[in-house]
Design a protein around this ligand. Sequence first.
Ligand code: KIV
Ligand code: ZN
Length: 514
Amino acid sequence: MKDKLVIFDTTLRDGEQSPGASMNREEKVRIAKALERLRVDVIEAGFPAASPGDFEAVQAIAATIEESGVCGLARALDSDIDRAGEALKAAKRPRIHTFIATSPIHMQHKLRMNAEQVVERAVAAVTRARKYTDDVEFSPEDAGRSEEDFLCRIIEAVIAAGATTINIPDTVGYSLPHEFGALIGRLRERISNSDKAVFSVHCHNDLGLAVANSLSAVLSGARQVECTINGLGERAGNAALEEVVMALRTRQDAFPCEVTVNAREIVPCSKLVSSITGFPVQPNKAIVGANAFAHESGIHQDGVLKSRETYEIMRAEDVGWSANRMVLGKHSGRNAFRTRMRELGVEFESEEMLNEVFARFKQLADKKHEIFDEDLQALISEQIFEAEAERVRLISLHVCADTGEIPRAHVVLKVDGVEKTGDAEGSGVVDATFKAIEAQLKTGTTLLLYSVNNITSGTDSQGEVTVRLEKGGRVVNGQGADTDIVIASAKAYVNAVNKLLSPVRRKHPQAADV
Ligand code: KIV
Ligand code: ZN
């Protein structure tokens, strides 16, 4: 019997720390359900002390998820731990993850605390967390740059205080695989009570080594890996869940442990996270990129046709490619629609909401013959945006783009219930549309990113547009989908503006205000 490797997903916590990736409660619950279908062992649902919205999101996930454990992050502060304990009350398998920085650079410059005080705070935090649950994880933040003797001391103390998982983060992505693996091996050997806890790793990808570092740690005895869908996360992101899982699966000969993830849900989950966060997946991304299983060269195609193993080490269908292709069409009825939505983890709160989304589905099916799962997910996202308290709403858009003429746009918006119109010219119709919206709203934002992806293939596919706006240091992503990419662009811009207008103030868990 091989050991089990615990897959701890932190898409909803560290992943959400990517600039612009913030999600609302409904979006988080949808992703949590997708993670549960993927059968991840633990879902880190958020940082409840960050804001009332974050608290409510963790609470909603705790109440919804049945199979996976649900975890809340807390700094080593009584107030954070109490918030996390409270948010997780309804969880079937609650876990509190508490952390404090242990590297000289963080202790001196960020915390302004000495080693003694840090150990004291860590032990107190774990002891308090144990009042809420038996499942307590402790992380010495910036472990990759911490002194080993100090790591041994603090880890021994928190295990004695009741920590059941010890997570070693390479917070700044500085470690190399051979040294990080060796560090995990030495910590397990040197710490007298190390057998009382599961050792975990949490690697950042600043040098592109997050997955390599995580796998090296597994070879040295780590039995939990923290990762995110599509490698989302702070700065260059975290270890990508799909890469860790498929490396373990594909190279069972090399690893002494196994994962129980349902790999067929990897691609659907990746697409959902990409569409909700507005972070596109690069085509050559391992496992989940559009080209990950595409063979371009004639020699490769010929080889694969003769025998798949010539150029393929995994089967596309085993990670969820081509599963759930064409699902519905314009003749599909309400029941088929509701059933497929249920299979995608979407339950309608009322018949009225079902009817509204079904009506949109029919409109889309009139424009586009085949409706795929990705189209259904986009319909739901749109419904959620509109159900939120939106201050700005797109009523209509008219664009003009004759050859040799200057492109023009005319938009009608409803702003706080009042109808406004705007006209503008631009270098193209999208540019003109954004200028026409800006002429009315005068938000003074900077456009950081504009990207268009087709949700499925074909010219009748819906275009999914992401618009990233920045104002006063705050970055938001807006999304919009439509078979017409200019309309999708306008929807995305308006969605981003609505997010900027909402007065959300959140604490960052790793900020200096401990
Ligand atoms: O990167 C990090 O150190 C973290 C901790 C909070 C575990 O995200
Ligand atoms: Zn992190």
